[in-house]
Ligand binder design. Structure first.
Ligand code: GLN
Length: 190
């Protein structure tokens, strides 16, 4: 499995390390032509307006959309989730618009801008998943084809729509490999 990590800004090396630990080959992606031979792509967390501007400037948008249309899995974490979404409440920033979800940025309130918590994510098994939230977005609204993978206090923090996977939190910042292994299984199925 050769998985790309969008190498623009944010938690790039952490995703790359985690993927290698899970046995995948990793390519750091900056140019559209690099997407051609990948089995999947991760869009890391960081600052979604910055990542979006550079995705546009580097001409990566159409190539990422083609990849999604070809059924290749794409995993967005935190700012990556924002980029995958179709709409951000109160913002006109660049989006890929691949997932039928509406998100709110920095949605967990100031006093809890960053926090860790144990989540119940049934597709990963019974054992709780330790999740790190950093100025995280929240999924406010979902289209019909979107499957909720996890809620935290009733709010959606992980979802899947076919070959698209998204989490509000950063699964690359702990030792738990299950979320990345789940994504690699999606890539293998494809
Ligand atoms: N707050 C950032 C944004 O809105 C996302 C934060 C993150 O990716 N950890 O783009």
């Amino acid at each position: 499995m050769k998985i790309g990590v969008l190498n623009i800004q944010g938690a790039v090396s952490e995703h790359a390390d985690m993927l290698r630990r899970c046995g995948a080959e990793v390519a750091l992606i900056k140019r559209p032509e690099q997407l051609a031979d990948l089995n999947g792509l991760i869009i890391p967390g960081g600052e979604s307006t910055t990542i979006g501007k550079l995705v546009e400037r580097f001409g990566l948008g159409p190539a990422i959309k083609d990849m999604a249309a070809a059924g290749k899995p794409i995993f967005g974490t935190c700012a990556g989730l924002i980029l995958l979404s179709g709409k951000v409440a109160g913002s006109e920033q660049f989006l890929l618009g691949l997932m039928d979800v509406t998100v709110a940025r920095n949605a967990f309130g100031r006093q809890r801008e960053s926090f860790e918590t144990d989540l119940d994510i049934p597709v990963l098994g019974a054992h709780p998943f330790r999740a790190v939230f950093i100025r995280a977005p929240l999924i406010l609204g979902l289209g019909e084809g979107v499957e909720v993978l996890c809620r935290h206090n009733g709010r959606v923090v992980a979802a899947r729509q076919g070959n698209l996977l998204a989490t509000s939190f950063h699964p690359e910042l702990t030792d738990d490999e299950r979320m990345h292994r789940y994504f690699l299984a999606m890539a293998k199925e494809q």
